[in-house]
Design a protein around this ligand. Sequence first.
Ligand SMILES: Cc1cc2nc3c(=O)[nH]c(=O)nc-3n(C[C@H](O)[C@H](O)[C@H](O)COP(=O)(O)OP(=O)(O)OC[C@H]3O[C@@H](n4cnc5c(N)ncnc54)[C@H](O)[C@@H]3O)c2cc1C
Length: 551
Amino acid sequence: MKIIIVGGVAGGMSAATRLRRLDENAEIIVFERGHYVSFANCGLPYFVGGIIRSRADLLLQTPESLAARFALDVRIDTEVLTIDRHAHTVSVRNLLTGIENTESYDRLVLAAGASARSASAQDSIIPTHTLRTVDDVDHITTVLAQADAASAVVIGGGFIGLEAVENLVLRGVQVTLVQRGPQIFTPLDPEMAAPVLDRLRERGVDVRLNTTVTRASGQSVMLSDGTTVPADLVIDASGVRPDVTLAEQAGLLIGESGGIWVDGTQATSDPLIFAVGDGVEKTDAVSGSGTLVTMAGLANRHGRSVADSIAGIPEQAAPALGAGIVGIFGLTVATVGWNEKRLVAAARAHRIAHTHPANHAGYFPGAEGMSIKLLIDASTDAILGAQIVGGEGVDKRIDVIAVAMAAGLSASALTRLELAYAPQYASAKDPINQLGYVAANLAQATSATLQWHELAAARAAGAVLVDVRSAAEFAAGSIPGALNLSLEDLRERLDDLPKVPLIVHCQVGQRGHTAARILTQHGFDVRNLDGGYRTWLAGTITSPILERALA
Ligand SMILES: Cc1cc2nc3c(=O)[nH]c(=O)nc-3n(C[C@H](O)[C@H](O)[C@H](O)COP(=O)(O)OP(=O)(O)OC[C@H]3O[C@@H](n4cnc5c(N)ncnc54)[C@H](O)[C@@H]3O)c2cc1C
């Protein structure tokens, strides 16, 4: 069996090494058009920032090490140009010598990844760098080393844009972050993104929302808001699109999302050709339709399973949840599944739970807060997605929710998860259990809630807002027009409340829930403001965004 693999990084190299472990006799050739194989592309921004100090640490393998350990024939600086499906050959060009030749295959694996998407039509006149390869970071660090008080513009506030911003700031670079739309980090809903924007601005990043780069001249860049900002360097992190060049040329089926169509065994529409990684369409775990998820975990996992398929032990790929995580100046931001914007756009009925727990017992020193948002199917109680923003412990909780989603657990079932606890790690009621309690209350209709962006309309329709926090908390900041009646006084002062629909709220939603239970049992029509004052405040800072998203 002769197997050719196009692309020698995440998906391609996972496939190659697994194939070798399964078949000692196969001939395995990996073509990589770059000069490096199996390099740590996820670590590139951290080399720019100096957290990864040695460039050599990014280079995990060489053709020589892969030949020695796995008997792989890895040909770097070699681009696959075309596929001839009838002759079962590929044409390749050595990019150093220009020499072209053809190579036959019994099975072909496409792992060509994604390519950078340009930020705007004017990009041709703006010299930008991407942050995708070892060559890219070599260019970036050279430019920065030559500049005195270096400045940079980063285009795009997604995963790679945020990592670029953080690492440039760590390096002492003055950074402007230019975001085309009204919100930073769009996998989040706006009220969850507000702390990210705050953190960027606290750390001196000049964040420009609803802005694009229009022109570059010398060491400065002109923005669509009419201003000019300094820029020794412009990094384009405005997104990626699947590289389907070879697949299209070969007439392979392209999926609805624009990635290469594959079945559950990673086979393309040609049974001898397989594809994995960023170039490939995944099946969305929430909708079951085609989607693009350009993440390393899936590329590595599918690289392994394509080897199994070729070796005759096929495994059906699990649908993609789209789990992702990024750190920005000590804040951890993690998402999985769908967000509210997407559910609203798809008109999918859902419930929402916001909580603001601490990562571990509050009495144990060093507890750090986090904000969690859970999206739940309104009819089945299935978990549709989650977002978590905060300090320590965010990574653990998003992974628990991702596992719960993969296992098909309902939101209410989060109450029953038995999670490891000691005061320095968690709470006896872990944040995940607490989230489950909120979800179960919604499912059982023991609690009716209202979202922060529904508050204004409810009050306009006659509802009265009651803040059940203490007088001191109320004085420190409150929602305009709210009555203050603390939870502790509520039972004694029921007669003071108007007999109209009530909305209660506290700081994070928990006392509000208790107040709502008291009032409901005394015959009031009451809803609890989900996530309390904290979520309302975060959402209100950016409320025009959600209004637009919901329009
Ligand atoms: C800066 C950065 C940070 C990231 N951080 C994270 C992270 O923290 N977490 C995460 O989950 N994901 C992260 N990712 C995404 C992750 O790296 C990708 O999802 C993953 O590498 C995709 O694997 P792949 O095999 O599909 O493509 P790649 O790893 O991109 O490999 C594709 C290779 O194919 C080669 N190639 C393309 N066409 C040809 C051709 N015709 N002939 C020969 N060779 C060809 C390319 O040169 C390339 O080296 C990050 C990506 C970048 C760029």
